[in-house]
Design a protein around this ligand. Structure first.
Ligand code: PAF
Length: 283
């Protein structure tokens, strides 16, 4: 597996690969790989001839109060894991090269990034779409794979690609879960064993909502109240939001008469965890 550290080398190599007919598929990451990342890489393999992973802990998507400095990092382990799943190259730029002095351009998807995570982290998505736009310009992928745990991020990137006529196919990959249901996240490693057990209420509350919906309940207020109640009972788990939204536009939904995203975020100890499910009415 080739490690590429400079923007210039990455752009020149990507250009050469494209000219020789390779189909480049990118998995953008911030590293500290878990089985969810590896599933994205394996899926990327099925979409092209060259799989690349970018590893960059992007400072602009963290607010000053957030966990940029403590974000888990282990390059040697990441490199070994990516190599084991057959990744062809890793792009590992320096922050100073991505954001040199004088940098002042932002890519912002305005509306669909406002609610949910955007309400709690108002500058987050601007940082994400800006860095992803840069990565697309540097790595020049034909396709890129993102996990659906960060559902709003996936929608923002798809919107950006459509709005800016970028020639990249953005592919979503289903949430990968631990055996007990916890959605995989690099931030799960912040959890103590007790907190990890408590965090299971997130996936359990979504499962319960899915069952209640399958039983005929379509009112958002009722479904959301069920989630709030379940999470409210667990000490050390503080709900940030639980909302039912249109899965593409993120517009709020009062009832489920078309597919609906039930998304939650909660603080558990130092970690802010996300989970979601799409509820689809039967025809
Ligand atoms: O999902 C992530 O890991 C990051 O937000 C991304 C897409 C790599 C951009 O920094």
């Amino acid at each position: 597996m080739r490690i590429i550290r400079t923007i210039r080398e990455m752009q020149q190599q990507a250009e050469a690969w494209r000219r020789s007919g390779e189909v480049i598929v990118l998995v953008p990451t911030m590293g500290y790989f878990h089985a969810g990342h590896l599933a994205l890489m394996r899926h990327a393999r099925s979409l092209g001839t060259l799989v690349g992973v970018s590893l960059f802990v992007n400072p602009t998507q963290f607010a000053p109060t957030e966990d940029l400095t403590s974000y888990p990092r282990d390059f040697d382990r990441d490199r070994r894991l990516a190599e084991e799943v057959g990744v062809d190259f890793m792009f590992v730029p320096e922050a100073g090269a991505m954001y040199p002095s004088g940098f002042q351009t932002q890519v912002e998807v305005t509306e669909l990034t406002r609610p949910l995570c955007g309400a709690t982290r108002p500058t987050h998505f601007r940082g994400v779409t800006t860095v992803v736009a840069k990565l697309f310009n540097i790595v020049k992928p034909h396709a890129a794979v993102f996990g659906r745990k960060d559902y709003q991020q996936l929608m923002a990137v798809q919107r950006m690609v459509r709005d800016l006529n970028m020639e990249v196919t953005v592919v979503g990959h289903p949430i990968v879960r631990e055996a007990d249901g916890l959605a995989m996240s690099s931030r799960n490693q912040y959890l103590t064993p007790d907190q990890r057990r408590r965090a299971l209420v997130l996936s359990a509350a979504l499962d319960r909502a899915r069952q209640v919906f399958a039983g005929g309940e379509v009112r958002s207020a009722v479904l959301i109240e069920g989630v709030r109640e379940a999470i409210g009972k667990v000490p050390e788990v503080r709900l940030d939001y639980a909302e039912l939204r249109d899965p593409e536009t993120m517009a709020a939904l009062e009832r489920i008469d078309r597919p609906a995203l039930l998304a939650i975020a909660a603080f558990v100890g130092k970690a802010r965890l996300l989970d979601n499910v799409v509820l689809t009415p039967s025809a």
